[in-house]
Ligand binder design. Structure first.
Ligand code: S3P
Length: 215
């Protein structure tokens, strides 16, 4: 059983808001990677980007994602760019059920258009920038996720959190059982039992793909 849940998705897709609700529903601790980065540096995210640059931010992000992936029973809200570094995805997928919040472009734009806290969107034509970045990143969100939940302007955070909770409880079991590679007489009946902890069984590493794209 992967006992963490990591939420991935574009800026403004609701990772922090839904993450908090989900953590309450499942009685798990909630952590937000951007908040941890800001706390460690004692600076805001825009300050880190302006004073130290994006590469510095990405290094901090990688370190903190790795540290948090070693925790147990936590819901992790990641930053929208977490998927551009395959080290992050490897670390998260090792211990976390990864959920993609697949939010429509219009919904993203609506939520971020007045925000000044996202340096990458601090540009003349924010809508076009979102569309462009989203089209480059979309494939990475999709292939990194164990489960994808669709979000649009009519979505409600409680319903979305409930969907993720169900997927985590049932889907996560299926996933880890499917990855079982050894033999155990207990399993030979072929009955999948939702809720059963399969962590004691050997698991193969799920994948390791080699991208590290700078966008
Ligand atoms: C980023 C997303 C931000 C933050 C930073 C970079 C990105 O987080 O990590 O500004 O590259 O998409 P949110 O997704 O929480 O806005």
């Amino acid at each position: 059983m992967k006992d963490n849940i990591a939420l991935i998705g574009f800026m403004g897709s609701g990772k922090s808001t839904i993450g908090r609700v989900l953590a309450k529903f499942l009685d798990m601790k909630f952590v937000d990677i951007d908040r941890l980065i800001a706390a460690r540096e004692k600076k805001t995210i825009p300050e880190i980007f302006a004073e130290k640059g994006e590469a510095y931010f990405r290094k901090l992000e990688r370190d903190i994602v790795y540290e948090e992936s070693l925790e147990n029973n936590i819901v992790i809200a990641t930053g929208g760019g977490v998927i551009i570094d395959n080290e992050n995805i490897k670390a998260l997928r090792e211990t976390s059920y990864v959920v993609y919040l697949d939010c429509t472009i219009d919904c993203i734009y609506d939520r971020v258009k007045n925000s000044k806290t996202r340096p990458l969107l601090n540009v003349e034509n924010m809508y076009d920038k979102i569309k462009d970045l989203h089209s480059k990143r979309e494939i990475l969100y999709k292939i990194s996720a164990d489960y994808t939940v669709k979000i649009d302007k009519s979505s409600n955070m409680y319903d979305t959190a409930e969907k993720i909770k169900q997927a985590y409880i049932y889907g996560n079991n299926l996933l880890t059982w499917t990855n079982y590679t050894g033999y155990d007489p207990e399993l030979s009946g072929g009955v999948l039992t939702p809720g059963k902890d399969s962590s004691k069984y050997p698991r193969k590493r799920e994948f390791g793909f080699g991208f590290n794209i700078g966008f």
